[in-house]
Design a protein around this ligand. Sequence first.
Ligand code: SF4
Length: 489
Amino acid sequence: MFTTNPFDSSADDGDKLREECGVFGIWGADTAAAVTALGLHALQHRGQEAAGITSYDGAGFHSHRAMGHVADAFNKDSVIRALAGRAAIGHVRYSTTGETALRNVQPLFAELSSGGFAVAHNGNISNAMRVRRELNARGSIFQSTSDTEVIIHLVATSTYRGLLDRLIDALKQVEGAYSLVCLTDEGLIACRDPLGIRPLVMGRLGDAYIFASETVALDVVGATYLRTVEPGELVIASEDGVRSLRPFQAQIARPCIFEHVYFSRPDSIVDGSSVYTVRKAIGAELARENPVEADYVVPVPDSGVPAAIGYAQESGIPFELGIIRSHYVGRTFIQPSDQVRHLGVKLKHNANSALIRGKRLILVDDSIVRGTTSLKIVQMLREAGAREVHMRIASPPTMHSCFYGVDTPERKKLLAAQMNVAEMNQYIRADSLAFISIDGLYRALGESKRETAQPQYCDACFSGDYPTRLTDQDDVEQRGQLIPIERVA
Ligand code: SF4
């Protein structure tokens, strides 16, 4: 219910793209479940609706899954003790595909002919509905509405013999984004889709191996960061040590660029780059591309803070906290109406009027999604006496939906899909509005520019250039109507 992470603004804002899930797995530690709970707590910003852990003790699998935050789901010794064993995987979830219900909370588990199989998934399978229909036609009965269950059924029905070969066979049939940690009685399997859309890293804690969505989860449990799990790589940790496989046709990776802009915690390393450093570099690019005279650079807390620091350092305009955020506000995203969202923004942000009265402000935020937050904050700063408010956005206009495991409003609710920049500026009632260019964003990531023929990242929510087929989406468009996944079952 309450957000205490000072960098976590995702938990209580209805006007953000929302990261979908975080995964964590450990093989070879006596306290596997407790370490997993701590790791999931560090990944809480990636999903606040539900959390779960499945452990394996050499004889059987144990699971605990619950709605709500990690600290609530795993706050009892008895729960952790019941998750016996030296191996565990865990998941935090924000609903992407499938309704929000306990049956969709991961890890998902199935007793297969080849042994127990638990899976925790970050990402979204973009042909899940098509595959599910085919599996249904062959007699598969689904327990959940989650796209992840498709992987379990493909593993179950594979004609290959060993579990690892069955998993590889299953993954070759799915499209989209997946960073997975899978627990079997023979080992822990971590893998990342061939484009590496969602992140996954590997670390070491004593003799144990750990896999996690972000390095911050390694830091928090005292583990050492070893490396990124490479796109298209499967890493298997077992009693025999660690081995790596690359069973997929090699492709040029296209990791999600928005992890750097917003989703990942600033104290994480994503694909070798410090998120904090990249966000400051984005702010510096933004200042070079879109300068304006002002008295202060003010971040929208907390998501705009690193980019605002970069903007201030590059422009020489002082960085000031012109907006103070309460960290004790309940999550507004569970309240659906736009009217209540507006109220929520007022509850959690307050203008520092003594500082900003009569001043010209550069207001920095990471993105504009619906525009409701920007509108409210600009209005709040004006009411507190700001003379000018110039909004600067640390990402290009968000014009397209994400089909890779990020919760995006329907396209018609994305402000940038409906208006040009001048119209958006009018809508949010700022004195000026500017976004970083897509090449500027790539420069902040150390590239000279976006390679149009072969982009270095997935940037589809800005460019509309999706790196995979969107089979389910194409099916929906061909039919001209959405078929709910429940009706497919
Ligand atoms: S569409 Fe956007 S949010 Fe989704 S994976 Fe691509 S860059 Fe990330």
